[in-house]
Every structure is written in structure tokens, then in C-alpha cells.
Design a protein around this ligand. Structure first.
Ligand code: FES
Length: 577
């Protein structure tokens, strides 16, 4: 029924707005206080616009405006758009880490959808954790869903060259600590890096998750790369508003789009874009909500031999704006059609292969041909061994090739605070072959698994010209970071994993080529240390922090809460009065 939506009691919102008697009176009357006319209550689908706008999340500061474009699309297609806020997660400000709150936001999304007359949802996300949190919440409701990302900010510019969020901060910080960069230049760079609305313009976690939204088929083409201020981002939002109405009318829930095939496509795409290691955790958690069989080993078997084809920081040279102008993800996917499930469904209503049919690459420097990759290994390598029996990960495209196989003496820091206090000590017993190890940065231990894994190098080694070392932790690292960094060691320190028992001076072997991570501590000595070990005191004894510690799963299971695995659908609940 063009223009007015399908009049049907099949939509769950009809339980509210088509209801007779006092319940329908209350639902309609109070909604009419916002100026909504009677046509909007004629049985058309109600589309929730789930918004993570917040001035505390600068990357998402334009999402209220973008919501207006989604609303226009919903209205054009005959739906009734209703915007609602959920808790937002901004990387630059939140402490101890946004990851502590990803699952909380997913609960906010899930319960808000289920408790209200919502038939389908458009998710407005941007900064790193907002995307997985919203997808996880929608997945546990299993309703029709489209992701609209805020898009990357414009390129930073400083002293005649491009600046990339995060990636260049790490370089500036090293230069500032060693006196190569003046205080004035440091301040000028700070003002030049983030000069528009949008998320980090490197291939960090935000850009990775927005791009993987495209690869999963749950976002429209070019969702990942259109810059935030570009008018085409607004058009994409409007088109998404139109599409969600169609998805509701045809009953296409999120689980019908994000299937096992979609996850396999996402792993492949993450490899060729040189995507963030954080995507490993987020997609495992999303698969858990959807009940899709997909685990840590899939990251290795599907992604290990992929070349990195996208020359973006932190793995390469360019930024998201160049990716967009080069043709975006469709052009990149068209480089590797034989590695993809081209028949995987999308929210466009056509197979994902259709997006590739007219895709063109306009810059081979940015989107490299398969025979000229940025790095021959672009995927995530999963490591296992007696130091990480549950697994660990390394991103080869961001690592130094000569350190991918390395044996060295461990220098162990018990906490991130110990590391910060001690790393620049001129008497630190460390050289370029040393392996820096950080404990207590896992899901339970920190808690929340912060992005502290790319440990800064000791100042005295930076002054000697050392640019990379092997670093190991049970934490994560920013998607904008780089280096030979082993992350997500499982089981983590705080639950008594082998990492808990490692000491300074122990020998550790990393062989990323064969996928192993081992210590050389004799078995009887390890057993002795295990017996003497006592778990650390929990960081929280009440509130959400306590619930997190008691319920969080390890990195190999996506750091979700044990009680949130799966979906509860959207049954309409009991009446409130
Ligand atoms: Fe928000 Fe990077 S800090 S996307």
C-alpha cells in the first residue's frame, strides 16, 4: 500500500496503537502530545531510530542531524519513525574503558526495543563500541535492522601532510617523549587532527566495524567510507530509512541477513582491509547472540592467507577519504570475488554480489590489485600454545616481519599502572630483543579489557632508534595502533591463565607463522607457581562493575555476558496497568 504502509495487525506496534479501549487511548493520546497526526496511527510500521548521539561522544555528535534524514526516508516509504536515545560510548573520554560498557549498551538497546511499539530499527552508530553494542542488542531482539554509520571524519592536516586519528598520535607521542617534537608543534597537531564530525579516519575499530557492517549485508553499500560531512552520507541515511520499511513489511529479521555466510564474508573483508583486532571480539559476540556457529578458529582458517589490499593507516599510508574516492568497499570486494559468498543476502534486498557488478576502482594505489598487496598477510593470525591455550591474536599487517618469529626474555609488568611508572626508567633492564609483557588487562582483570596492549616502547630504546618490539598481554589494542603486538591472551591473568604465572626473565617464543605462543618455564616450576598464586581482589564489589566481573566471558567467546548469549525475540509483554 504505497504511501501509507501496510495496514496490518501483523506488526507488533498494532498491540499498542490499534488497541481499543483505555490502552489504545493512552498509547495514542500521549504520543499525540508530540504533534503526531492521526495518519501515523493507521497501522503503518513503526521504525525505531536508535541513536548514540552525545556531546560526550564527539565522533557521534552529528547523529541527531543524520536521524532527521533517516526519518524522511521512513516517512517517504510509509512508516512511522520514532527516535530514541541509548547510552553512548565515546573512546576519547570514557574510563576505565568503553569495553566495560558495550554489553550494558546492548542491553539498553534490546530492552528498549522489546518494551516499546517498534517493528524495525535503524541503528545510528559511529565510535568504536557503539556499532557492536547496537548490533548485539538488535540481534537479541531479532527484528528487521539496518545499520547507518556516522562515517569517518575528514583527513587531518598538519605541516603539509595528512594526519590519521590514533595512528599519528602514537608516533607524535614517541617523538614528544624523546624531544624530537616541540611542545608547540604537539599542540598544533592536536588541533589539526580532528577537524570535522565523524569517527577516526584511519582503519581503526570504528571504520572497521562500519565497513564490516557493509560486508555483513546489514548496511547499505558505501556505509563504511562516505565521509561524515559528505551529503552522500545523508542520502544513505534517507535510503536506509526507506529500506527498513520494506524489510519490516516483508519480515526480514536481522538473523535472515547476518548468517554464517555473512560472517565468513566479514572475516575475508577484515583481512583485505587490514581491519582492527577488536573486530574478532565483536563478531564473536554478535554470532553468539544470533546463534550462528562461528568461533575463533574461523578467523584463522578463513583469514590467515589473505593479502592486505587497502593501503590505509595503520597498516599503510592513506585515510578513509581516499578509500571512499577510490571506490569504497564494493571496489575492494570486486578484487576478490572468488573469496566471497556472492549470494549472501543484504538489506538492499539483493545478493551482495550485485554490489560488485558495477564497482570500479579509481585509485590502484589505495585499493591495491591482488598482485601488489600492502602486505602478503592481512588477516588475523590466531596463536595457541602453553602461554595461550584458549588463544591469542596478532595482526600481521601491522607487525614487523622480522619479529613475527622471535624468542626472547620476558620483562613482566603486573599492571598497566606499573608499566606506566616503570617503562621510562633509565635503569630498566631491557633491550630490543626483550619481550614486554603486561598482565591484568583482560575482561575480568582490568576490568573491561582496555586498549593498553600496544605498550609504548622504553624511552631509552626509542632514543637508540628502536621502532618495534614484541609485546604480549591479555588486553586489546586500538584499531589505529600498530606493532608486533600479541593480544587477547586467553585465559587471562585474573582467572589464573598461564600468563598469571609468567615472571621477568622467563623465555617466551612467538612463532606467528606457525601460530604458536609458548613459554619455556619447566612444567614443575609452572605447577609450583600455580599453587602459590592467589587471584587479585575484584575491582568492584557492587553495581554494574560487579555484575560485569561475575558474568563476563573470555576473549575467545567475545567478552559477552554469559546470560546474554542468544535471542529472546520481541514478544509483546504484559500490560502495565
Ligand atoms: Fe571515536 Fe575513534 S575515538 S571513532
Amino acid at each position: 500500500m504505497a504511501g501509507s504502509g501496510r495496514k496490518s495487525t501483523a506488526f507488533r506496534s498494532a498491540e499498542w496503537f490499534a488497541s481499543s479501549g483505555k490502552y489504545g487511548f493512552v498509547a495514542r493520546s500521549w504520543m499525540k502530545s508530540q504533534g503526531f497526526g492521526p495518519e501515523l496511527f493507521d497501522g503503518r510500521p513503526v521504525i525505531g531510530i536508535c541513536n548514540t548521539w552525545s556531546e560526550l561522544t564527539p565522533c557521534n555528535r552529528h547523529l541527531r542531524e543524520l536521524a532527521g534524514h533517516v526519518k524522511r526516508g521512513v516517512l517517504l516509504a510509509g512508516g512511522f519513525p520514532l527516535e530514541f536515545p541509548v547510552m553512548s560510548l565515546g573512546e576519547p573520554l570514557m574510563r576505565p574503558t568503553t569495553m566495560l560498557f558495550r554489553n550494558l549498551v546492548s542491553m539498553d538497546v534490546e530492552e528498549t526495543i522489546r518494551a516499546n511499539p517498534i517493528d524495525g530499527v535503524v541503528l545510528l552508530a559511529g565510535c568504536d563500541k557503539t556499532t557492536p553494542a547496537l548490533l548485539m542488542g538488535a540481534a537479541s531482539c531479532d527484528i528487521p535492522t539496518i545499520l547507518v554509520s556516522g562515517g569517518p571524519m575528514l583527513n587531518g592536516r598538519f605541516q603539509g601532510r595528512d594526519l590519521g586519528s590514533g595512528t599519528d598520535i602514537f608516533r607524535f607521542d614517541d617523538d614528544f617523549r624523546t624531544g624530537k617534537l616541540s611542545k608547540d608543534d604537539y599542540a598544533a597537531a592536536e588541533a589539526a587532527m580532528s577537524r570535522s564530525a565523524g569517527s577516526c579516519q584511519t582503519m581503526g575499530t570504528a571504520s572497521t566495524m562500519a565497513t564490516l557492517g557493509e560486508a555483513l549485508g546489514i548496511a547499505l553499500p558505501m556505509n563504511g567510507s562516505i565521509p561524515a560531512p559528505d551529503s552522500r552520507r545523508q542520502v544513505l541515511a534517507e535510503q536506509s530509512g526507506k529500506r527498513i520499511v520494506d524489510l519490516v513489511q516483508n519480515g526480514h529479521a536481522i538473523s535472515s541477513i547476518i548468517t554464517r555466510q555473512a560472517f565468513e564474508n566479514a572475516v575475508v573483508v577484515n583481512g583485505v582491509i587490514g581491519g582492527s583486532t577488536n573486530a574478532v571480539i565483536h563478531l564473536l559476540a554478535l554470532a553468539g547472540r544470533l546463534g550462528v556457529p562461528f568461533d575463533l578458529n574461523d578467523w584463522d582458517t578463513l583469514g590467515r592467507d589473505l593479502p592486505c589490499l587497502l593501503d590505509l593507516k595503520p597498516s599503510g599510508r592513506f585515510l578513509m577519504e581516499e578509500f571512499f574516492h577510490a571506490g569504497g568497499l564494493p571496489a575492494l570486494m570486486a578484487r576478490i570475488p572468488d573469496r566471497l559468498h556472492l549470494d549472501a543476502p543484504t538489506v538492499d534486498g539483493v545478493p551482495i554480489g550485485d554490489r560488485l557488478a558495477h564497482a570500479q576502482c579509481y585509485n590502484d594505489e589505495v585499493i591495491r590489485p591482488v598482485d601488489n598487496p600492502v602486505a602478503s598477510q592481512g588477516g588475523i593470525i590466531v596463536l595457541r600454545g602453553n602461554l595461550a591455550p584458549g588463544g591469542a591474536v596478532i595482526k600481521p599487517s601491522a607487525a614487523s616481519p622480522d619479529l613475527m618469529v622471535h624468542r626472547g626474555r620476558a620483562l613482566v609488568f603486573e599492571t598497566a599502572d606499573d608499566f606506566r611508572a616503570g617503562i621510562d626508567d633509565p635503569d630498566l633492564d631491557v633491550d630490543a630483543t626483550t619481550i614486554l609483557v603486561l598482565k591484568n588487562a583482560g575482561p575480568v582483570g582490568y576490568p573491561g579489557m582496555p586498549e593498553v596492549g600496544n605498550l609504548a616502547l622504553p624511552k631509552k630504546l626509542l632514543q637508540q632508534g628502536v621502532t618495534d618490539m614484541v609485546r604480549i598481554s591479555d588486553g586489546r589494542m586500538s584499531g589505529t595502533a600498530f606493532g608486533t603486538v600479541v593480544l587477547h591472551v586467553t585465559p587471562e591473568t585474573a582467572v589464573g591463565g598461564p600468563l598469571a604465572h609468567l615472571k621477568t626473565g622467563d623465555i617466551v617464543r612467538l612463532d606467528a607463522q606457525s601460530g604458536t605462543l609458548d613459554h619455556e618455564v619447566p612444567d614443575d616450576e609452572m605447577a609450583r607457581r600455580r599453587t602459590a598464586w592467589t587471584p587479585p581482589e575484584p575491582a568492584y564489589d557492587r553495581g554494574y562493575g560487579r555484575m560485569f566481573i561475575n558474568s563476563v566471558l573470555q576473549a575467545d567467546q567475545g567478552v559477552d555476558f554469559d546470560f546474554l548469549i542468544g535471542s529472546s525475540g520481541t514478544p509483546v509483554s504484559k500490560l502495565p496497568f
